[in-house]
Design a protein around this ligand. Structure first.
Ligand code: COA
Length: 149
């Protein structure tokens, strides 16, 4: 909850500033569903959760696809936590589960995240105009994907 509601995370994701009223319930549902269609990794420092990456697996004719969303607490950014989370998620999705396309959305002005994804060979595929609403304005996102097929 602390990670998902800190200002830098809220500004760069679609999370709500004070947390959605049902955030805790949704988090529990997500955890309960890990064997069905998603996995979550956390980054820990001194027994404190400082980052999360949620990986959701598509089904049917998109069963080769995984989607990711990553958040590192403001106080722990730029210390390599994000790199470790992305690396763990990619390794599991590709090596263990055989996924061949990992995709995500990122705000077009989120340079740290775009830099991180490019480091792992994600490519920008296109722009979704006015995709989200942030601080009174509509904002664009890039679709990015890492495709190994
Ligand atoms: C984006 C985010 C996950 C990166 O995690 P992090 O732990 O801060 O990143 P790391 O320290 O592991 O850095 C990994 C790479 O990211 C890139 N990066 C990090 N900060 C950067 C910056 N300010 N500008 C450009 N690239 C940057 C670099 O490529 C860096 O590699 P390097 O250290 O070898 O140069 C983190 O900043 C975050 O959670 N931000 C708020 C929420 C968010 O934006 N989530 C993503 C939504 S799509």
């Amino acid at each position: 909850m602390e990670v998902w509601t800190c200002p830098g995370v809220v500004r760069n994701t679609l999370r709500l500033p004070l947390g959605a009223p049902d955030l805790w319930d949704r988090w529990k549902r997500l955890l309960a569903a890990t064997d069905l269609g998603s996995d979550i990794w956390v980054a820990q420092v001194d027994c404190r959760v400082v980052g999360t990456i949620v990986v959701t697996y598509e089904s049917g004719l998109r069963s080769h696809v995984a989607r990711v969303g990553i958040e590192v607490h403001d106080d722990y950014q730029n210390k390599g936590e994000g790199r470790q989370l992305v690396s763990a998620a990619i390794d599991h999705a590709e090596t263990q589960l055989g996924k061949q396309r990992i995709e995500l959305h990122v705000f077009t002005d989120n340079e740290p995240a775009i830099g991180l994804y490019k480091k792992f060979s994600f490519e920008i595929e296109g722009v979704h105009r006015s995709f989200g609403f942030r601080e009174g304005q509509y904002v664009d996102v890039y679709s990015m994907a890492r495709v190994t097929v």
